[in-house]
Design a protein around this ligand. Sequence first.
Ligand code: ACM
Length: 265
Amino acid sequence: MKYKVGVCQFEPKLFDIDYNLSRMEKLLKPVNADLIVLPELASSGYLFKNLEELKNMSESPTDGHTAKLFIKLAKEKNTSYIVGFAEKDKEHIYNSSMLVNPDGEMHICRKIHLFCEEKKWFTPGNKGFQIFKAKEGIKVGIMICFDWIFPEAARTLALKGAQIIAHPSNLVLPWCQQAMITRSIENRVFSITANRTGTEKNAEKELTFSGMSQITSPEGEIIKRLNEVEESVYITEINPEEANDKKATEYNDVFTDRRTEFYEL
Ligand code: ACM
């Protein structure tokens, strides 16, 4: 089966939802794909210094600005999109990503493992690691940024049947891109890490994000790694069915060979 997947890397501006949405629209309009993954908190920016700032950037998952744009784009472009945003749900704000399909169907993933000061403002995700169907029924598991450092996250998604792990990110630590090669190999899945670029400053704080968004195969091949700073969309054709085969050798299946009686997880 031929399936065109993509990764969109760009530099969001803190507190500027209008700019961020129009930047994403401009990057996405000219390209054609079945599924494209975008960064974590792509519409809001990342470096909040208090809850009030985050509240002002939080949006309804169904009729906020981000949802409206991606519902429109998904239909127009016949593409599934996964994009990060600050999700308002009553008194809670989650660091979430939405999957929007061409038929308007939408699914929400809430970040499970909050990173650093995110713990001060966001509510940790309460829906577990879920598998959703993207365009043509391809099974996609979503985990968000720092979830990568817990191998249980990718493993859970793979055991639940993910063919592709979509990984919207705002990476600041230096290890993730290498680690995601291993996540792909040990679970024999495709992974798409969509990272952002640039430096954000707020009050006395500053963070630089590492770019290098990448797509990896179930064999751990880096199909593409963007550079640290470019703003671009990269599209490639994969066969998601390759991820259904869990054999690492003729004699070894990475799922059925597991010795769960010896694992203390
Ligand atoms: C991160 O979880 N945004 C590093």
